[in-house]
Design a protein around this ligand. Structure first.
Ligand code: GLU
Length: 162
């Protein structure tokens, strides 16, 4: 069982998200990560690590992520081995996603997205959410509509933050 946290506010998101993930550590995990929007809103930057949150903290102390909006995740792998590339968040275009649970129809959706030109970087079921939300966001320009549209294609039990 993984953990999901999200923050948007006046504080540095990194410390808030790490604090949230520490509170969720008891649930067990194999890897962790954060995605934080840059202060100018121009990019989303990722930090991901295999192992304990301490590994992620070390990485962030070497390359800090600044910004006050972000999402975080502790992963318990179901699809794709524990690795940095499979760790969440998954980023596609201007969308970063963390996800808890299983997308049961991910193989069919993956093939459909690949046929439309999508290139997958991980082995996870989660990455299809980043592609679907990014695709809808490009059309609607509205994140809530894009998430609602994306999840209408998805079967399974899950929670997500984007
Ligand atoms: N199914 C997703 C994965 O394997 C999420 C697992 C979880 O809930 O941590 O990446």
């Amino acid at each position: 069982m993984c953990g999901i946290v999200a923050y948007s506010g006046a504080r540095e998101a990194c410390e808030v998200l790490l604090g949230g993930l520490k509170k969720l550590e008891y649930r067990g995990y194999d890897s962790s990560g954060l995605a934080i929007q840059s202060p100018d809103g121009a990019s989303i930057n990722l930090a991901r690590s295999v192992g304990k949150l301490r590994e992620l903290e070390l990485k962030l102390s070497e390359s800090p992520l600044e910004g006050s909006t972000g999402i975080g995740h502790t992963r318990w792998a179901t699809h794709g081995r524990p690795s940095e590339v499979n760790a969440h968040p998954h980023l596609e275009g201007s969308v970063a996603v963390v996800h808890n649970g299983i997308i049961e129809n991910y193989l069919a959706l993956r093939e459909e997205l690949k046929a439309g030109g999508a290139i997958f970087k991980s082995e996870t079921d989660t990455e299809i959410l980043a592609h679907l939300i990014n695709r809808d966001l490009k059309i609607t320009g509205d994140l809530l509509k894009a998430v609602t549209g994306a999840v209408s294609h998805v079967k399974g039990s899950y929670a997500l933050a984007a």
